[in-house]
Ligand binder design. Structure first.
Ligand SMILES: O=C(O)C1=C[C@@H](OP(=O)(O)O)[C@@H](O)[C@H](O)C1
Ligand SMILES: C=C(OP(=O)(O)O)C(=O)O
Length: 695
């Protein structure tokens, strides 16, 4: 939702030159939240397959639970979620619902609860609907103005026309006249009414009339299709008049499959049009059978040059015409995916014009202003009109930039496409730039794993993936420092000590003696070890050996076998393969001297032996292991001597390493010092402060 302490402040994407493979899309946000609401209002249980797990669906699920729906996750991972609905009867008559920044939760829940409150009454303060501060700046007045004449008691408790809302009842509902709603600010107001009105249509037909030109029409089509799945056949005359037949009642279809998100597909389609130069990228989860309007983004991408083959439920995309072609497009029907075209325009010849997108101003941020401000940083010329955007790519080299994302998931996902700048036709022969994406975690609104999925497909420019090495003696705290720095930078972390300990464990299990150098080297070369989610997995499919690797006996054996040159040589390639985008932080004894001599930043971390012995003592005490300080100190000094004097890759600082003595430093202070050095190593932080300008 909004930037929080545990979200990394930025992600630096190295310059990228190609993309390929297969990506499986997460579920559609628009379908997920509609299905959840319909299931929550219907009678009986609906099994929802492939539901999107993200901030927007989390707030909807929380709201449904608070309202008394039973929500049961599947016992099998990846299985369907079971939602048992209210059957149109309020189970609680007051509730405080926090809806984040989810328009697809705020608007439909407001309509449904306003009608239920009028019919069945409320207690206390009734239903209170609120969100993050930006949600309170996103209009809802047109929906409120549609509900009040019906007899719904809707109060805007902050600013008139905006959330928070307070909904109360009972009150007599006047449903004979046509229900009027404006459609030119957001289609979600009409969607909200259509989703909610079956709650009160048992004995009469209800008519909804749209005032003004309806925008984002394909989203209303999603609404109608999902209502049909729940037994409600809305009749429509053009986009002006919608009729719910008398006796409309939600009937759960029993099970619903959520298709992949077509708006999320747009980033991969755009990236493939730019960088899938060898083979098509396969995008699974949406295709020709999609009910989402954003599938029409495919036509826009084709107009720009993308080569797209559609299957029923997948897309194959590769570079077609190159450079991309500038287009002049009315994007009213694809407001979300159209943002991707604005970034694709950086790879086109000429000026791209995207029009009829005034609604961009009232979404997660003012997207017209945000897109202009951010694309301009690269050197593009961007003209922002009241309801259009014109983008002309940079004429020569791109400028290094840190892109603000304004807590807008789509700004962050769009930013990733700028990392292909080495391919930009206008920048040929010019130095490529890394792209800093500020607050990348904001993608959690609809696609929490976006950057991991994107980075799994890309090929960085040769030598472009940065490495930070942290070498130092035992118990100097290099593992903790490396893992914190990796987390802050969103980089991978290679704990080479754990790699040696895993070799020791695997050797012990295979009955290989600690001095059998050839056997150990053979074992190490093909070691089936993975580091994932902060854990170490050995074997296939993989046993979590994280705790075993910390055992003292394994540590002793690791230190012994680590002196063997053949074993070290066998692990060299293994470690170098860990250098993957967006970057690597690695800790050990010879990371900067032997494994990554070209690392962009090398740190040699020390602390006095007495300090290190004390730290180890505290660690062991916390783990319930007794040890005496003098014995620990003697052991540390012996290990230091062995590490320094061994013939193969002895422990020593690389000549170009920065020395950090952390005897008197907190972990946080060490992390900050390292990050400052990291900024220096890159010629300073790009484009100023890390945080978005005040709104
Ligand atoms: O109904 C929906 O699921 C949506 C409708 C669109 O909003 P507007 O109708 O406000 O353009 C779209 O931008 C939003 O992401 C989802
Ligand atoms: C506008 C968007 O979201 P919301 O559903 O909150 O309106 C969006 O996802 O781009």
């Amino acid at each position: 939702m909004s930037a929080s302490a545990d979200r990394p402040p930025f992600l630096d994407l190295p310059p990228l030159v190609a993309l390929g493979g297969t990506v499986r899309l997460p579920g559609s946000k628009s379908i997920s939240n509609r299905v959840l609401l319909l299931a929550g209002l219907a009678e009986g249980t609906t099994l929802v397959h492939d539901l999107l797990a993200s901030d927007d669906t989390a707030v909807m699920l929380d709201a449904l639970r608070t309202l008394g729906c039973t929500v049961t996750p599947s016992a099998t991972p990846g299985g369907p979620l079971a939602v048992t609905g209210l059957g149109g009867r309020l189970a609680v008559k007051e509730a405080d619902l926090f809806l984040g920044n989810a328009g697809t939760a705020m608007r439909p829940l407001a309509a449904a609860l306003a009608l239920l409150a009028a019919r069945q009454g409320t207690t206390g303060a009734g239903f209170r609907l609120r969100g993050i501060p930006r949600m309170h700046e996103r209009p809802i007045g047109d929906l409120v103005e549609a509900l009040r004449p019906l007899g719904c008691q809707v109060a805007c408790t902050g600013t008139e026309g905006y959330p928070p809302l307070a909904l109360s009842g009972p009150g007599a509902l006047a449903l004979d006249a046509s229900i009027r709603v404006r459609g030119d600010v957001s289609s979600q107001f009409l969607t909200a009414l259509l989703l909610a009105l079956p709650l009160v249509a048992e004995d009469r037909a209800l008519q909804v009339e749209v005032q003004g030109e309806l925008i984002s029409k394909p989203y209303v089509e999603i609404t109608l299709k999902l209502l049909a799945r729940f037994g409600i056949a809305v009749e429509r005359e053009g986009w002006q008049r919608f009729t719910l037949p008398a006796g409309s009642r939600y009937r759960s279809p029993g099970a619903v499959h959520v298709e992949g998100d077509a708006s999320s597909a747009s980033y991969f389609i755009g990236a493939a049009a730019i960088a899938a130069v060898d083979a098509p990228l396969r995008i699974e989860g949406v295709g020709a059978d999609s009910i989402q309007g954003d599938i029409r983004f495919v036509d826009a991408a084709r107009a720009m040059g993308a080569d797209v083959t559609m299957e029923a439920n997948a897309l194959l995309v590769k570079r077609g015409a190159w450079p991309l072609k500038a287009v002049d497009l009315d994007c009213n029907a694809i407001p979300d995916a159209a943002m991707t075209l604005a970034v694709m325009a950086l790879y086109a010849q000429g000026t791209t014009r995207l029009s009829n997108i005034a609604s961009w101003r009232v979404k997660e941020t003012d997207r017209l202003a945000a897109m202009r401000a951010e694309l301009t940083k690269f050197g593009a010329t961007v003209i922002e009109g009241p309801d259009f955007l014109e983008v002309t790519p940079p004429a020569g080299a791109w400028q290094r930039a840190a892109l603000h994302t304004y807590d807008d998931h789509r700004m962050a996902m769009c930013a990733s496409l700028a990392a292909f700048n080495p391919l930009a036709p206008g920048a040929a022969g010019q130095p490529a730039v890394a792209v800093r994406v500020l607050d990348p975690g904001c993608v959690a609104k609809t696609y929490p794993d976006y950057f991991a999925d994107f980075l799994a497909l890309v090929t960085p420019q040769a030598g472009a993936v940065p490495v930070i090495t942290i070498d130092g003696p035992t118990a100097s705290g290099k593992g903790t420092l490396a893992s914190r720095v990796a987390q802050r930078l969103g980089y991978h972390h290679l704990d080479s000590g754990a790699l040696y300990r895993a070799c020791a464990l695997a050797a012990q299990r295979a009955g290989i003696a600690p001095d059998d150098e050839p056997a150990l080297a053979a074992l190490a070369a093909a070691l089936p070890l993975r580091f994932e989610g902060g854990r170490a997995w050995l074997g296939t499919p993989g046993e979590d050996v994280t705790d075993r690797l910390r055992e003292e006996a394994i540590g002793q054996m690791a230190s012994q076998i680590a002196a063997l040159p053949a074993l070290r040589a066998a692990l060299l390639d293994w470690q170098r393969r860990c250098r993957r985008a967006p970057g690597l932080v690695t800790d050990g004894r010879d990371m900067g001297t032997v494994i990554f001599p070209d690392a962009q930043l090398k740190v040699f971390l020390t602390a006095s032996a007495a300090q290190r012995a004390e730290r180890r003592h505290r660690q062991l005490a916390a783990a319930g292991v007794s040890a005496t300080l003098p014995a620990l100190l003697a052991d540390l000094e012996a290990r230091d001597a062995r590490d320094r004097s061994r013939s193969s890759a002895p422990l020593k600082a690389a000549e170009d390493a920065r020395q950090l003595d952390n005897s008197a430093l907190s972990i946080e202070a060490s992390v900050e010092q390292l990050l400052r050095w990291w900024d220096d190593a890159q010629g300073g932080a790009p484009h100023g402060p890390e945080h978005a300008p005040a709104a």
